[in-house]
Write a protein that binds this ligand. Sequence first.
Ligand SMILES: Nc1nc2c(ncn2[C@@H]2O[C@H](COP(=O)(O)OP(=O)(O)OP(=O)(O)O)[C@@H](O)[C@H]2O)c(=O)[nH]1
Length: 519
Amino acid sequence: MNAANDATEWKRKYFEVLRELERKERDWSLGQELLTLAVRRLSLLAQGLDTRLDPHLESLRAGLRGELDPPRLRADLGRITQLLDELRDLGKNGLDDELVRLLGLLRLSTSRQAAVDNLVVRLRQTPPPREALIEAIAVELNQVLLPPTAAAPPPAAAIPAAAAADPARSAELLFGSTLAELLDGIRLAWTPPLEQAREALRQRLAAGIEQSGWHTALDACVELVNRAVAELGGERDELRRFLEQVTERLLALEALLREQAAGVVEARGGRAALEGAVGAEMRGMREGVERARDLDSLKRNMLARVEQIDRHLQAFRSAEEGRLARIDERVRSLSAQLSSMHEETRALRGLLAEQDERLQRDPLTGLNNRFAYDERLQREFVHWQAHGQPLALLVWDIDHFKRINDTLGHAIGDQVLVGVGRGLASGLRGGDFVARYGGEEFVMLLPGVDLDSARGIAERIRAEVATTHFPVTGSDVAVTVSCGLTLLREGDTPRGCFERADQGLLAAKRGGRNRCVAV
Ligand SMILES: Nc1nc2c(ncn2[C@@H]2O[C@H](COP(=O)(O)OP(=O)(O)OP(=O)(O)O)[C@@H](O)[C@H]2O)c(=O)[nH]1
């Protein structure tokens, strides 16, 4: 009886254990299937983020469809995490949009498809806060994940030995460790607080996640990744602002540099050195930006470079100031010298003009002298050669002047010379020229006057002198003058022309004086 009872009891216990084992096996299979689906759904979340990522996500999903192949899964996960690392500029809103889009891409059983489609429409119309969005998606995923499907055999290597006897526990551990591995592989720029949160979540996941907490664990992972992405965006904004500030400061420095450098011709060497130094710092900045792994080191590098540029500029400016002060001093002394030279030159020029005037003026009569006449005749001769305008040359001589000297004295003779000179000059118009040639002899140059006109002018002057009583000390004196005149002719030299006029004068003297002879 006892033996029979024992046998019955043993069988009952055996069947109980068998049922329990079958139940756990079903649970484990369900867990395994759910885990597979979770990873596939996670991969779907990332689908479409980047075309390079998509083939690996598809490969990962394909790997999860058949028998699990851990080395292949690990390879796919490695490549996916590496690519995720490159997708740092993914925005928070973009990820939310992707969640909704991916939810819309799910192809489910007819009963769930309508509910999911409905949810997608509602989310697109009025996007809820992100927490609510994740909650809604998690609810739908849970609905999809809960009905069991055909069980896949577990990969022996994926089941921890300690948990092998407990399939449910194995599923919890596998789910947790897979998520932890995924989380581990996401190489975003984790800030210290986020890194702490990630470590805490990873430990929680590694300890295993009960089936009822899977959607919360998924939420936590997505939430953490979104926070990291958002912080990355914030950090990028901060970096952009910082770089803008640096750029502004550099532009200000550059403007100052240009201002300092403007007009400084001699400072080429200093400027080249400064430009070289600034250029090196700028190159350092660029390399710093390329090498910088985080904002703090980038900021330190940038500020150090900017300060270095500032120092170069200060050194350049003080060198420039010294140089400009020396130039200023030199310029001041030069301008003092220049103004004194200018004064001296002006005085000298006045003196020269005075001397020139004296050189060209006859001191007795105040008329042009022989020297001035030679110069003027030369000029008129050149002009005549160029333009062919007539030029009349008249030579005058006071008749019997020796007698005046002899009878009235030399001093009275001088006064007569002055009077006659004045008389000759008063008979001319602007542009004409009269000079005392020497002794009691005078010459005239009448530009633009033909021979007839010259003869007329000479006659008028001669008559004027003949009828004038020139005042002298205590009396007045009447004199007559004779004139020989001619025009410049082809082949003439100034001297030849004068000699011809002189011949005319001689003829006038011979002809009885007080007359004009044109030749
Ligand atoms: N007072 C004065 N006499 C001068 C000056 N220059 C020349 N004479 C005189 O002028 C006189 C010129 O005399 P002549 O050359 O003989 O001729 P003239 O007496 O004028 O006789 P004709 O010319 O033939 O009419 C000389 O006695 C000179 O000494 C001068 O600057 N002042």
